[in-house]
Write a protein that binds this ligand. Structure first.
Ligand code: C2E
Ligand code: C2E
Ligand code: C2E
Length: 88
């Protein structure tokens, strides 16, 4: 059968992130665009980001990585299971 491992991977929903006009997520959006550029990954609906980059972003928000994850969750811009997005 298929194994479902709990992944701690941070996956951003780019559609929601870029639609979200809130000032609060402006830095996350800018960071995500920069990562897309570095990878040449322009056509994805989602973007997996490095744990290291989350740590750096958390500093910008004067928060901890888990604190930032909480905020991203509240804004609905995190994808819990990217594969589920493409399953339906
Ligand atoms: P790099 O760090 O020297 O990585 C070279 C290549 O190794 C990447 O090419 C990618 O194919 C692979 N790679 C490195 N780390 C990982 C990883 O954790 N997971 C996966 N799946 N592959 C990895 P790519 O994607 O074309 O990126 C080119 C360069 O752009 C990278 O060189 C790095 O300098 C920068 N970059 C890309 N994405 C990120 C990112 O999310 N954060 C940071 N800080 N830099 C990034
Ligand atoms: P996953 O990591 O759970 O990702 C599921 C799907 O989400 C991917 O399907 C892709 O459509 C999308 N996705 C996730 N992260 C990104 C991203 O940073 N950019 C873009 N453009 N799309 C993203 P896909 O590509 O068919 O991959 C299926 C599975 O294969 C992935 O599941 C992962 O487990 C593995 N995989 C694919 N590419 C890599 C890779 O570069 N490195 C590693 N380690 N695994 C990969
Ligand atoms: P992933 O590809 O499944 O990689 C999971 C973890 O394996 C990464 O977590 C990192 O700790 C390690 N890893 C994988 N490939 C490399 C590598 O080439 N060099 C090094 N030093 N470590 C590697 P991390 O960094 O938190 O990244 C989480 C996810 O973000 C990655 O999952 C991948 O989907 C994406 N990602 C990170 N960096 C890059 C990058 O440079 N290019 C691309 N295309 N995707 C990246």
């Amino acid at each position: 059968g298929v194994r479902h491992e709990p992944t701690n991977k941070i996956v951003l929903d780019l559609e929601r992130l870029y639609d979200e006009a809130s000032e609060e997520l402006a830095y996350v959006a800018r960071y995500a665009r920069a990562i897309q550029q570095q990878r040449g990954d322009y056509n994805g609906r989602v973007l997996s980001i490095r744990a290291d980059d989350l740590r750096a972003l958390a500093i910008v928000y004067d928060s901890s990585p888990s604190g930032l994850i909480e905020r991203l969750t509240e804004h609905g811009v995190l994808v819990a299971d990217p594969r589920a997005l493409f399953a339906s």
